[in-house]
Ligand binder design. Structure first.
Ligand SMILES: Nc1ncnc2c1ncn2[C@@H]1O[C@H](COP(=O)(O)OP(=O)(O)OP(=O)(O)O)[C@@H](O)[C@H]1O
Ligand SMILES: [Mg+2]
Length: 279
């Protein structure tokens, strides 16, 4: 079923200020699409994801999955966050099973599904381990297995690999693509990493900041499997980066002193500075 976001706006009103976070978002995601939401820090990516998850209410606007209106959380939309939110007092298997406790699933079925998805993320061997015994990458795979057990049509992921080292990130990006292929889920994946977005997505939604709007909806038509080092991917990533750069500068003008600009920054642009490939 397609997921429709219709005229969604969000204002946060606190004692000291009012933040206009999302302004009239209109998007339709088709079943099975892999969508990346890309934007600078604070542009409202997590807010939009939380609204889709039903964890946050929009100030105005409506959401539909097929012809059913979405209100609040539901088993057809599973969420995975940047921090794994796993329980240290439960082992891996119990943590994965815990995800199903709201869904009214029998004990036997819970066990069966947990083992199925632990196998999918290659953690069967570690089912009896405790969370402190696992690396960051393994923890995120436990969290992914837990999100998958709901057999939801939509999987919402908020920067799930952002805290991982680049090798672990690469492995998990490959695994996620395979799982997406196998499960045919609609995945909405938040990132501020352009390469990651172009590697994973069928569509990259570039958001503007203050207030958050859809700036560009870019289809990524690269053949799969994709490789980060491929020339085609690098070329498209550079194009997407240009869209994003305007937003980075806009935010920088607000957050930095008025005499600062990216172009004028002597450290970044001095010919003798060696900050590695890509700058
Ligand atoms: N619960 C809240 N109360 C008040 N303001 C909020 C709340 N949640 C988010 N905001 C504000 O909304 C704006 C967008 O926040 P959000 O977390 O959605 O951005 P983001 O794009 O996910 O940023 P990041 O890349 O840093 O995770 C920010 O200005 C933030 O201060
Ligand atoms: Mg966020």
């Amino acid at each position: 079923m397609s997921l429709v976001i219709q005229e969604v706006s969000k204002k946060f009103i606190t004692k000291h200020k009012e933040t206009y976070t999302l302004d009239n978002i209109n998007l339709t995601f088709e079943k099975g699409e892999f969508i990346c939401l890309l934007g600078t820090s604070g542009c409202g990516k997590s807010t939009l994801l939380n609204i889709i998850a039903g964890l946050e209410k929009p100030t105005s606007g409506r959401l539909f999955l097929g012809d059913k209106e979405i209100q609040g959380v539901g088993v057809e939309r599973a969420v995975m966050f940047q921090q794994d939110a796993l329980f240290p007092w439960l082992n891996v298997l119990e943590n994965v099973e815990f995800g199903m406790s709201i869904a009214g699933i029998s004990k036997e079925e819970k066990r069966e599904r947990a083992l199925k998805y632990l196998k999918m993320v290659h953690l069967t061997k570690f089912q009896n381990s405790y969370i402190h015994e696992l690396s960051g990458g393994m923890r995120q795979r436990v969290a992914l297995a837990r999100a998958l057990t709901l057999d939801s049509e939509v999987l919402l992921m908020d920067e799930p690999f952002a805290a991982l080292d680049s090798q672990t990130k690469t492995i998990l990006q490959q695994e996620l693509q395979k799982i997406w292929w196998e499960t045919k889920k609609t995945i909405i994946f938040v990132t501020h990493n352009v390469e990651e977005a172009v590697l994973l997505a069928d569509r990259v939604i570039v958001m503007t900041a203050n207030p958050g709007k859809v700036k560009r909806d870019i289809p990524i038509q690269l053949a799969r499997p994709r490789r980060l080092e491929s020339i085609d991917l690098t070329y498209i990533a550079a194009e997407v980066m240009r869209e994003l750069k305007e937003e980075v500068e806009k935010v920088a003008k607000i957050e930095y002193d008025s005499d600062w600009s990216i172009e004028k920054d002597t450290v970044l642009y001095h010919p003798d500075s060696n900050l590695g490939i890509g700058l």
